[in-house]
Design a protein around this ligand. Structure first.
Ligand SMILES: [Zn+2]
Length: 189
């Protein structure tokens, strides 16, 4: 799971980087809000852990931008220097923040939030897959994966996963059909 750490403090980035690797995540880092936004677009991290107070774009503005403009689901955790007040919390939730972490970061608190994030990302993934119908060949029954390669259905679709299909001809079957058509139209009667 790719996780973007957005914080201008080196020590926080270092600590989070190590903790995330321990949890099997792939951390990437940004030192201010603007480069964080660029990385969100380019790298599509599934989780963003962002400081509230940062140069260029604040954590809240970054979150708002993610909700308004990012093309994929992001679990957004906001870092604060002390427990957020009720009004700050409300403001952050309105901007689309999913959860909060207080510095210095407690590894157990981080682990708990990663667990919640994983669960929600799983839901969002499945929902997204139902929204996106997979092309399926009506002749050979193969299904195109995300890279456009045609594979057996059980390779592309995990068992028990709900999925929608659009029916079409895969390139091989389309070519075969074209060959048959040419042959039959050339055949003398
Ligand atoms: Zn086919």
């Amino acid at each position: 799971m790719k996780v973007l750490i957005a914080d201008d403090e080196y020590v926080t980035r270092l600590m989070l980087d190590a903790a995330l690797r321990e949890h099997g995540c792939e951390p990437i880092e940004a030192v201010d809000g603007r480069s964080a936004w660029d990385m969100i677009i380019r790298e599509e991290p599934q989780i963003v852990i962002s400081d509230w107070v940062m140069p260029e774009i604040t954590g809240l503005d970054l979150c708002q931008r993610v909700r308004d403009q990012a093309g994929h689901y992001v679990y957004f955790i906001l870092l604060t220097n002390r427990a957020p007040t009720r009004s700050n919390r409300e403001m952050a939730l309105r901007a689309g923040v999913d959860d909060f972490l207080t510095k210095p970061i407690n590894p157990e608190e981080l682990a708990m939030r990663l667990g919640v994030a994983r669960r929600l990302i799983g839901f969002a993934d499945r929902a997204g897959r139902i929204d996106q119908a997979l092309p399926s060949c009506r002749r050979c029954r193969r299904v195109a994966n995300a890279d456009g390669e045609w594979c057996a259905m059980e390779v592309v679709v995990p068992e028990g996963e709900p999925v929608a299909f659009t029916y079409t001809d895969c390139p091989e079957c389309a070519a075969e059909r074209a060959r048959v058509r040419t042959r039959s139209s050339a055949a003398p009667f």
